[in-house]
Each structure stands twice: as structure tokens, then as C-alpha cells.
Design a protein around this ligand. Structure first.
Ligand SMILES: NC(=O)c1ccc[n+]([C@@H]2O[C@H](COP(=O)([O-])OP(=O)(O)OC[C@H]3O[C@@H](n4cnc5c(N)ncnc54)[C@H](OP(=O)(O)O)[C@@H]3O)[C@@H](O)[C@H]2O)c1
Length: 286
């Protein structure tokens, strides 16, 4: 039995599919009772637990051999992951696969890298077997503005430089391998997509797939800050996000890591494929 935290989220949704395709039994964890029915309909055992409630996390882990741990980017994410790691240990989980972020290490210069590193070091010290998946910027983030792209034919570029976006389905496939394969203990997988793409290149791909001219419009850090604040993000998290995106114009987010291809034995999904697979969301029937 594999317990999956964040089961309704961006990475865990395709992860559950990938593990079920391998015949694994899943216990999906949600903090929202309204999500239980959908998870059961997928054939999962379901536990309701909250990252702030250690007892509920232990219950969610009871009887599981392995766990996948991801939390949302939140001001409390270090404490949430610490609670889940401790709960897994208490419940007798043997191996935890945890998703953090590319570049997370004790030497990380960025706040997000330091926060993720804190959780990584806790897991390593837990005595359980561990594997880390460390993704860069998700292609799925583009879906946040899909409605606007469909309605107004404009891609809002808040990065301002090349980024080697990764498809969360590839993150999930690597995590599935880490949870089911041999020799996965003490491995850390830095994950990027197959190419660094600028805002102009993304707009060109959107234009090609949708058959409409999609323009690119630069978003300033001040506009990004206002948008994230309006969405309810804590100021310290907004600062951390802006610190990360400020690396793009300097060219630091465009490097390609071959790990996905090396580990999975097939190329990482391209951004063009991602856009084609979500073409309806961007306003085309193709
Ligand atoms: N987006 C990016 O480009 C990017 C890039 C690199 C790294 N990351 C990292 O990836 C992580 C986010 O991954 P993701 O997008 O897969 O996660 P996500 O979709 O943001 O969240 C996963 C799930 O966590 C659950 N959740 C929320 N609050 C909870 C609570 N208090 N207790 C228990 N569960 C709770 C939610 O499900 P329920 O409502 O069903 O409980 C949610 O679906 C963050 O750590 C972020 O720093 C993101």
C-alpha cells in the first residue's frame, strides 16, 4: 500500500494514475471531505488528514509501506512536511518519496530552495529510506491563464527569460518509478523539461496549436506581486516566488537536465505536446 499526500494536486493526480497502471494499491490523502468521492471513484482507498493535524497524518499512514509527500507552496510548508515525515515514521512507513524543487540543497541561495532543503534534510535524518524528486517550473502553471489565452489571445509572461518548464506528468512518472523500482534509496532527481523556452517561443507554440495569433505581454514583478497577493498568498511566499522568477531574465532557469530521459528511457514531454494535450483549455478543438 502506497499512501499519497496531496492526492488531488498537480503532481499526485497523474501519479495515482501511473501507480494504478502498475497495479499498486493507493491510499489517497485529502484534507477536504468534498474530494473523497472523486478519489474513491478512481479506485483509491481514501484518508482525510490535514498537514496541521499530526494524529490524522499517522492514521493516514497506518498500514502503508511507502509514501509520496508533496505539500502546496505555503508559508508553513516546512512544518507540514515535518509533521508528515514524523507521522510516516511513527506509522512504520519504510520509504518516502518527496517532491521538493530544483536546486534545493543546504547551499541553496533562494528562500524556496532553503525551505525545500530543510524538509529534505529532515527526511534524510529520519531513518526511513528516501528519494527526492526536484522539479523546476511546471508546464501545468500555464493552465492558470488558459481562460485568458482562450478569450483574449494573449500570453502573460511573468518570467521574462528562458525556462526549461517540466510536465507534471513526467514528475509523476519519475515519482512512480521511485516508489516501485529497485535501488531508489538515497537518490535525488533534478527534473526539467527538454528545452528552455522564452515567452515569445511559448506564444509561438500556442499560436501554432490553436491556429490563432497569440501575442505575448510582459508582466512586471509589481503586477505579479499584486496578482499573488490578491490570490491570498502570504507576503513571504510572494517574495520567495518573485526571487525565483527574477532568475529567468538572467538566464539561470533555462538549463536542461537529462534526468527524465535517463531515468525513464524516453524523452521528457515537450511544451508543444503539453499544449496539444490541453488544446481545448486554450480555446481550440484540435
Ligand atoms: N508549480 C511549480 O511550478 C513548482 C515548481 C517547483 C516546485 N514546486 C513545488 O511543488 C509543490 C506543489 O506541488 P503540487 O502543485 O502538486 O501541489 P498542489 O497541487 O499545490 O497541492 C497538493 C494538494 O495538497 C492538498 N492540501 C492543501 N492543504 C492541505 C492541508 N492543510 N493538509 C493536507 N493536504 C492539503 C490539496 O488537496 P486537498 O484540498 O484535496 O487536501 C492539494 O491538492 C510545492 O511544494 C511547490 O513549492 C512547484
Amino acid at each position: 500500500m502506497i499512501v499519497i499526500f496531496g492526492a488531488t494536486g498537480t503532481i499526485a493526480t497523474p501519479l495515482i494514475e501511473a501507480l494504478q497502471a502498475k497495479g499498486e494499491e493507493i491510499r489517497a490523502v485529502t484534507s477536504n471531505p468534498a474530494n473523497t468521492e472523486g478519489l474513491r471513484a478512481k479506485g483509491c482507498d481514501v484518508a482525510i488528514a490535514d498537514f496541521t493535524d499530526p494524529a490524522s497524518l499517522v492514521q493516514a499512514c497506518n498500514g502503508a509501506d511507502k509514501a509520496f509527500l508533496v505539500t502546496p507552496a505555503d508559508v508553513d510548508m516546512r512544518q507540514w512536511k515535518a509533521n508528515a515525515i514524523e507521522a510516516a515514521k511513527k506509522a512504520g512507513v519504510r520509504h518516502v518519496v518527496m517532491s521538493t524543487g530544483l536546486g534545493a540543497s543546504p547551499k541553496a541561495g533562494l528562500v524556496l530552495g532553503q525551505w525545500h532543503s530543510h524538509s529534505q534534510e529532515l527526511l534524510k535524518a529520519s531513518g526511513m529510506e528516501w528519494t527526492l524528486v526536484q522539479p523546476t517550473y511546471f508546464m501545468q502553471n500555464l493552465l492558470w491563464q488558459a481562460e485568458n489565452i482562450a478569450a483574449n489571445n494573449v500570453y502573460m509572461d511573468d518570467l521574462g527569460g528562458a525556462v526549461s518548464w517540466v510536465d507534471a506528468r513526467d514528475i509523476a512518472d519519475v515519482a512512480a518509478l521511485a516508489l516501485t523500482g529497485e535501488g531508489q534509496n538515497e537518490k535525488a532527481y533534478g527534473l526539467t523539461g527538454p528545452e528552455g523556452l522564452s515567452g515569445e517561443q511559448i506564444a509561438a507554440l500556442l499560436s501554432e496549436v490553436t491556429g490563432r495569433k497569440i501575442a505575448v505581454q510582459a508582466v512586471t514583478p509589481e503586477q505579479s506581486r499584486a496578482g499573488m497577493a490578491a490570490a491570498g498568498m502570504a507576503p513571504v511566499v510572494v517574495d520567495a516566488m518573485l526571487e525565483l522568477t527574477a532568475l529567468a531574465p538572467k538566464g539561470y532557469l533555462g538549463a536542461v537536465d537529462p534526468t527524465i530521459e535517463n531515468v525513464l528511457g524516453r524523452p521528457a514531454r515537450s511544451f508543444e505536446q503539453f499544449i496539444r494535450d490541453h488544446a481545448t483549455a486554450f480555446g481550440t478543438a484540435s
